[in-house]
Design a protein around this ligand. Structure first.
Ligand code: PNS
Length: 164
Protein backbone atom coordinates (compact mmCIF):
# COMPACT_ATOMS: atom_id res chain seq x y z
CA UNK A 1 0.00 0.00 0.00
CA UNK A 2 1.40 3.38 -1.04
CA UNK A 3 0.51 5.82 1.72
CA UNK A 4 1.11 9.57 1.61
CA UNK A 5 0.60 12.40 4.05
CA UNK A 6 -0.72 15.90 3.37
CA UNK A 7 0.46 17.78 6.47
CA UNK A 8 -0.48 21.28 7.51
CA UNK A 9 -2.00 23.59 10.07
CA UNK A 10 -5.32 23.83 8.20
CA UNK A 11 -6.45 26.88 10.19
CA UNK A 12 -8.84 26.60 8.41
CA UNK A 13 -8.95 24.19 5.45
CA UNK A 14 -9.40 25.97 2.10
CA UNK A 15 -10.26 24.91 -1.44
CA UNK A 16 -6.53 25.16 -2.16
CA UNK A 17 -5.78 22.43 0.40
CA UNK A 18 -8.64 20.30 -0.89
CA UNK A 19 -7.37 20.63 -4.46
CA UNK A 20 -4.02 19.11 -3.43
CA UNK A 21 -5.58 16.47 -1.14
CA UNK A 22 -8.00 15.29 -3.84
CA UNK A 23 -5.29 15.04 -6.47
CA UNK A 24 -3.01 13.18 -4.03
CA UNK A 25 -5.88 10.76 -3.36
CA UNK A 26 -5.84 9.95 -7.07
CA UNK A 27 -2.13 9.11 -6.97
CA UNK A 28 -1.76 7.15 -3.71
CA UNK A 29 -3.62 4.17 -2.21
CA UNK A 30 -4.22 6.11 1.00
CA UNK A 31 -3.74 9.74 1.98
CA UNK A 32 -3.49 10.80 5.61
CA UNK A 33 -4.34 14.46 6.11
CA UNK A 34 -2.33 15.30 9.21
CA UNK A 35 -2.97 18.38 11.33
CA UNK A 36 0.23 19.52 13.00
CA UNK A 37 -0.56 20.34 16.61
CA UNK A 38 2.01 22.46 18.35
CA UNK A 39 0.92 22.95 21.99
CA UNK A 40 3.12 26.06 22.37
CA UNK A 41 1.49 27.81 19.40
CA UNK A 42 -1.56 29.52 20.84
CA UNK A 43 -2.31 31.86 17.95
CA UNK A 44 -4.65 29.52 16.06
CA UNK A 45 -8.16 30.74 15.22
CA UNK A 46 -9.59 27.21 15.43
CA UNK A 47 -8.69 24.54 17.99
CA UNK A 48 -7.11 21.29 16.82
CA UNK A 49 -10.46 19.50 17.32
CA UNK A 50 -12.30 22.11 15.27
CA UNK A 51 -9.72 21.87 12.47
CA UNK A 52 -9.96 18.08 12.51
CA UNK A 53 -13.78 18.17 12.39
CA UNK A 54 -13.78 20.58 9.46
CA UNK A 55 -11.24 18.46 7.58
CA UNK A 56 -13.19 15.24 8.23
CA UNK A 57 -16.30 16.85 6.80
CA UNK A 58 -14.42 18.31 3.82
CA UNK A 59 -12.66 15.02 2.99
CA UNK A 60 -15.65 12.72 3.48
CA UNK A 61 -16.14 12.33 -0.28
CA UNK A 62 -12.82 10.49 -0.68
CA UNK A 63 -12.81 6.84 0.44
CA UNK A 64 -9.03 6.66 0.69
CA UNK A 65 -8.46 9.85 2.72
CA UNK A 66 -8.37 9.86 6.50
CA UNK A 67 -7.72 12.73 8.86
CA UNK A 68 -5.39 12.60 11.82
CA UNK A 69 -3.36 14.85 14.11
CA UNK A 70 0.29 14.74 15.04
CA UNK A 71 2.61 16.44 17.48
CA UNK A 72 6.38 16.54 17.22
CA UNK A 73 8.28 15.72 14.07
CA UNK A 74 6.48 14.95 10.85
CA UNK A 75 9.11 12.33 10.02
CA UNK A 76 8.34 10.47 13.27
CA UNK A 77 4.64 10.49 12.35
CA UNK A 78 5.51 9.15 8.88
CA UNK A 79 7.61 6.34 10.35
CA UNK A 80 4.89 5.38 12.84
CA UNK A 81 2.17 5.39 10.17
CA UNK A 82 4.14 3.66 7.41
CA UNK A 83 3.99 6.74 5.19
CA UNK A 84 6.27 6.79 2.13
CA UNK A 85 5.66 10.29 0.81
CA UNK A 86 4.91 13.81 2.03
CA UNK A 87 2.77 15.71 -0.47
CA UNK A 88 3.13 19.50 -0.44
CA UNK A 89 1.28 21.97 -2.63
CA UNK A 90 3.34 24.74 -4.22
CA UNK A 91 1.43 27.90 -5.05
CA UNK A 92 4.28 29.95 -6.44
CA UNK A 93 8.06 30.15 -6.58
CA UNK A 94 7.92 31.96 -3.24
CA UNK A 95 6.79 28.72 -1.57
CA UNK A 96 9.67 26.78 -3.05
CA UNK A 97 12.65 27.92 -0.94
CA UNK A 98 11.15 27.01 2.40
CA UNK A 99 9.49 23.84 1.15
CA UNK A 100 12.74 22.66 -0.44
CA UNK A 101 14.59 23.26 2.82
CA UNK A 102 11.97 21.28 4.79
CA UNK A 103 11.97 18.47 2.20
CA UNK A 104 15.73 18.16 2.36
CA UNK A 105 15.76 18.34 6.16
CA UNK A 106 13.06 15.67 6.37
CA UNK A 107 15.00 13.50 3.90
CA UNK A 108 18.06 13.80 6.11
CA UNK A 109 16.05 12.52 9.09
CA UNK A 110 14.41 9.54 7.41
CA UNK A 111 13.91 7.96 4.00
CA UNK A 112 10.52 9.62 3.38
CA UNK A 113 10.17 11.31 -0.02
CA UNK A 114 8.59 14.74 -0.52
CA UNK A 115 6.42 15.18 -3.61
CA UNK A 116 5.66 18.75 -4.71
CA UNK A 117 2.33 19.31 -6.39
CA UNK A 118 1.64 22.58 -8.19
CA UNK A 119 -1.57 24.11 -6.87
CA UNK A 120 -4.24 24.53 -9.53
CA UNK A 121 -3.96 28.10 -10.89
CA UNK A 122 -7.42 29.07 -9.63
CA UNK A 123 -6.16 28.68 -6.04
CA UNK A 124 -2.60 29.96 -6.43
CA UNK A 125 -3.33 33.13 -4.42
CA UNK A 126 -5.12 31.32 -1.61
CA UNK A 127 -3.78 31.09 1.95
CA UNK A 128 -5.55 30.38 5.23
CA UNK A 129 -3.95 33.48 6.76
CA UNK A 130 -5.49 35.74 4.09
CA UNK A 131 -8.86 34.01 4.36
CA UNK A 132 -8.87 34.73 8.11
CA UNK A 133 -7.86 38.35 7.64
CA UNK A 134 -10.52 38.98 5.01
CA UNK A 135 -13.21 37.21 7.04
CA UNK A 136 -12.22 39.17 10.15
CA UNK A 137 -13.01 42.43 8.38
CA UNK A 138 -16.27 41.19 6.90
CA UNK A 139 -14.97 40.36 3.40
CA UNK A 140 -16.55 37.60 1.37
CA UNK A 141 -14.53 34.37 1.46
CA UNK A 142 -17.43 32.11 0.56
CA UNK A 143 -15.85 31.00 -2.72
CA UNK A 144 -12.53 30.13 -1.12
CA UNK A 145 -13.53 27.62 1.55
CA UNK A 146 -16.28 24.99 1.95
CA UNK A 147 -19.63 26.44 3.04
CA UNK A 148 -19.43 25.06 6.58
CA UNK A 149 -15.96 26.57 7.01
CA UNK A 150 -17.30 29.90 5.83
CA UNK A 151 -20.09 29.68 8.41
CA UNK A 152 -17.59 28.77 11.15
CA UNK A 153 -15.44 31.79 10.23
CA UNK A 154 -18.41 34.15 10.34
CA UNK A 155 -19.48 32.71 13.71
CA UNK A 156 -15.97 32.92 15.15
CA UNK A 157 -15.56 36.59 14.25
CA UNK A 158 -19.07 37.44 15.44
CA UNK A 159 -18.17 35.82 18.79
CA UNK A 160 -14.97 37.84 19.05
CA UNK A 161 -16.86 41.07 18.15
CA UNK A 162 -19.38 40.53 20.94
CA UNK A 163 -16.58 39.63 23.39
CA UNK A 164 -14.88 43.03 22.92
O1 PNS B 1 0.22 24.65 7.03
P1 PNS B 1 1.62 24.87 7.51
O2 PNS B 1 1.63 25.81 8.70
O3 PNS B 1 2.55 25.31 6.41
O4 PNS B 1 2.14 23.45 8.04
C1 PNS B 1 3.45 23.31 8.50
C2 PNS B 1 3.73 21.87 8.97
C3 PNS B 1 2.79 21.47 10.10
C4 PNS B 1 3.58 20.91 7.82
C5 PNS B 1 5.22 21.90 9.45
O5 PNS B 1 5.39 22.95 10.34
C6 PNS B 1 5.67 20.62 10.09
O6 PNS B 1 5.97 19.67 9.39
N1 PNS B 1 5.69 20.60 11.44
C7 PNS B 1 6.06 19.46 12.22
C8 PNS B 1 7.39 19.66 12.95
C9 PNS B 1 8.56 19.21 12.09
O7 PNS B 1 8.64 18.08 11.63
N2 PNS B 1 9.51 20.14 11.87
C10 PNS B 1 10.67 19.94 11.05
C11 PNS B 1 10.41 20.40 9.63
S1 PNS B 1 11.83 20.19 8.60
Amino acid sequence: MRRAVCPGSFDPVTHGHLDVIGRAAGLFDEVVVAVGVNPSKRSRLFSADERLDMLRQACSTWDNVRVSAFTGLLTDFCRAEGIAAIVKGLRAVSDFDYELQMAQMNASLTDVETVFMPTSPEWSFLASSLVKEIAQFGGDVSGLVPDFVHEALVRRFEESDTAE
